[in-house]
Structure formats: structure tokens, C-alpha cells
Write a protein that binds this ligand. Sequence first.
Ligand code: MSP
Length: 541
Amino acid sequence: MTKRFYLTTAIDYLNGEPHLGHAYEKIVADTIARARRSLGEDVFFLTGLDEHGQKVQQAALDSGKQPQTYCDELAATWKAFAQKLNLSNDDFVRTSEPRHKAVVQAILSKLHAGGHFYKAQYHGFYSPKEETFLTGKDRRPDGTFDPGYGEVAELVEDNYYFHLRKHQAWLIEHIESHPGTDPDGREFIEPSYRRNEVLGFLKHNTLDDLCITRPLARLNWGIPLPFDADFVTYVWFDALVNYVSVPAARGDPTVLAALEPEIRHLTSACRTPSSGLQLWPADIHVIGKDILKFHAVYWPIMLKTMGLPLPRQILVHGWWQKDGQKMSKSTGNVVDPVAVIDEWGVDAFRYYVVRELDIGPDGNWTDAGFQARYSAELANGLGNLVNRSLSMLKRYRDGVVPKFSEELAPEIRQAVGHVIEKLRVNKLQEALLAIFFSIVNRANQYVDQTAPFKLAKDPAKAPRLDEVLYNLAETCRILAVLLWPFVPATAEKIYAQLGLSDAPDKMNAANWGGLNAGHRIGEPAPLFPRKDRFDNKQSGQ
Ligand code: MSP
């Protein structure tokens, strides 16, 4: 068995409902997963939920439920959300699952035995709101703490710490010397400005050792520390481990070997049936910019001490705002992905977030921007092209594909090459732009230039009409293949309307000439119904 292309997302805190930011990250990762599969790679795509910690315990308490009951109920909503987004994940991890807990404990035992932890008394300040310790460095010039920390309390308590300082030098060296070891030449941290940020941080600061526990007296919704019953594991040492706990549960030999003998108590009950998958090291961790330090500093050090290779890439996306402001439940300034999807369809949502925001910078959601792209690019661009191409084929040739022609082939071939190149390096927005500019717009222009509706009126122009109709239908077919990673349901609809029974999920089908003369297409139907202002007002009532 060969190693799978292993792709992960951040696991979301289970203390509320999913929002645009969560949805965006998962769609980005899903698009990469689908693109890689389409390009022939054997992908394993993991997403899931981060269930332990103060915030979740508090949220459970507020709703009058036991944490596990609270999590079980809410996890069902999040799993349904993953389906709503049409994610193609291969597993869904929950950190309260036995298979995950067993691996966290095995790692803690191993690292404890290896002398990587020490117990010390902490005397300082603590922000319950942000679940974080604060030091003098966090004080503002007037001696107070940022109001974002909420009420800050003075605290004296014992905890376990993870030695970090001694790892600083090799980590800097690793980041600097890893412009990507794989054939695509990807960087360890991308985009490069995020890599520079991490390097700057590591070079100009001395790492504080990481506190990895909370006293049971203060937090009991966590994984018990295997070597001291008075403590639970603090969230990051728990959450980050999900990236290896699922491989371990699925029998990944690299992870299992590294965690011997501590992993022995990962009983068969914790193992998922399809054992023996080779997943580690991860090929890409997709994360948001706010959790970069945890992934680019703490996680590599944890892995190194476990004896595991580092992930190949950390791909960092930016944050969405709404109408130029931070999204916040308290002010009601949020985008509810479910409401958008219910009104406009999942593919309109998937398309918009990837088209609007490149992986890296921050983005801004406006309803007007979303609706403008829907109307111009999906309804009038792609939808109109497919609908008129297939409707004309139906009307003028009874839905039967005419003989092969390759008038548009050179341009399309070039565009396909370009799109594939972009997909191989996760430049999703650029790939989508190329699809729309070089293919959708070009083909719509071709309809206007060749005017098939005029050709149809002159029997002497029948051979020319055949050519035009073939070129249009074949372009639609190739579009479906290229678009499948982005908007899978739409791509499948295009294939069905073309009367093709297979799925548009293999990039090598984007070769010109796949439609055979004499093939009968299916029924054309609008892919993205036009919605005018009146409709919008009505649906908003
Ligand atoms: N549980 C931790 C991650 C642990 S990973 C081992 C966490 N959870 S979170 O729910 O707060 O965030 C999950 C992901 O959503 C993060 O990658 C975060 O950056 C992303 N986003 C949260 N809000 C966002 C926006 N407004 N915009 C884009 N992404 C955002 O952090």
C-alpha cells in the first residue's frame, strides 16, 4: 500500500453554530481534496471537531447539559453542516472519541517518559475568557490588560509544561531550509508572508515553555493526564493530536511505530476497520491565520519529540469579515452559510468564497457582492453558456452530437493546461479565474460571433452549424470536468444534461474530443436560476 495524500482542516470548537469562516476553510480543503483526486492522487481528507476545554464546558453548562450530551447533540449539527457543504471528507474526528483520547494519552506518556515535561508553579494572571495565561508583557502601558481578555484574575497553580526553548534553533533551520521537498516545490509554510511571520517571531523571541495541563479542580472536561490524576490535558496538546490520532486508529504504521509501546492500549475497539492506511506525514494542514503559531511552532516540536516527521505544508488562509467588520454573534453581524445555501444553492456559495478570496489575505463578504457574482458569473456566464449550448443542440439537431470538430480545441487545451498547473499548487482562485476568463467567457463570445441561431435559418450553413454545436457541447463537457472540484453538484448536472452517465471527476477527461458523434444528450435545464431584485425582496420577507 502506498502513502495517501493526507489533507486536514482545523477542527472547529464545538461551542456554537458553524459560520462563514468555518465553511470557507472546509470548502478550500474540499476543493483541494477533490482536485487532487481528480488528478489521480489517492487522497485522505480529514476534518472534525475540537470538543474539550473551558469554552465548551461553559457552553454545556449554560445550556444545562452534561458536556458529552451537549457535544453529541451539537456534533450532529456540524456533521450535517459538512454534508450541506458537500464535503468529501474520508473521516470526521471528534476529540471526545475513545480512539482520539487513547492516542493523546499514549503521546503524553511517551513524552513524559522522555523527559519533555516538567511540573512548575505558575504565579501570574489568567484570562478565563480567552483561556490563556498572561504576563507582564501583555499589560498595556497603563498597566491594564486589553478588554478582549475580559476579567483577568490573579492565579497561583501547579501545571505541567512542555520544554520548547531547546527546539527553537532546529525549527528555524527547518523552516528556512524547506522550500518544499515534494515535486511541486511547495513551501513548508504558505503563503510566504506567513512563513516570514513565523521566522520573525522565532528569531526575535525566546519561546516560553508551553503549559499543557489544567488542574482538574478548575476544568474537568478534558483528557485525563495519564501520569497525574489531578490534571487534564489542555486543549492544544489535545486538539493538534487529531492529525495523528486518526491515522493511528486506522493503523498507520509510521504513527504506530513511533508511539510504541505506549500505543498498545489503543485497543481494537478504538480502531477503525480499514486498518493499515499510510497517511503520515500530512501533505497539507489547511488552517486560519490565527492558529498559525500552534501549527508552525508547537506542532512541529511535538512531532519531533514523538519521533515523527513534520507535515509537508501548512497552508494558511485569511479571515472573512462582513461588511468591513469583524463577524460577531453579539452584534448580529454574521453570515449564516446555511441560510445562503438554502436560498442560492451550495455551489453558488462554494463558488463565491473561493472566487472572491485567494488563500492568504483577508476577505470581506457583502450580500451585494455575492449576488453580483451569482448573477454575472454563474447565471449569465456559466449557466447561460451551458443552457444555450445544449438547448440549441436540442432544437437544431434533436439533441444528437454532430461530427467531431476542433475549432476551439487549441485555446481550450491551453486553458486546461494552465488550470491544472494552478490546481497542482493550490492556486484555487487563479484556476477558477482561468476557467471563467479563458473558457466560459470565450465560449460565450464564440456563440455571439458564430450566431448559431442565424446559421440555423440557412440550410446551406448546416455544416458550419454542426461545427459550432460540437465545439460548444464539447466545451461544456470539459468545463464540467474542470469545475468539478469547485462546484461538484453543478459539474455533475452538466454531465447529466450532456447525457453522460459517468462522473466528471477525472481530470484526464478534460481532453478535447470526449463527446462522440451520434451521442444523444439529456435535457437542458437552468443551472443557476436568475433572481431579480423583486425575487430577492420577496424571499427576504
Ligand atoms: N479548535 C481550534 C483549532 C484546532 S486545530 C488542531 C480553533 N477552532 S475555531 O472554531 O475557533 O476555528 C476553526 C478554524 O476556523 C480556524 O482555522 C480559524 O482560523 C477559522 N476561522 C474562524 N473564523 C474565521 C473567519 N472569520 N474567517 C476565516 N476563517 C476563520 O481555532
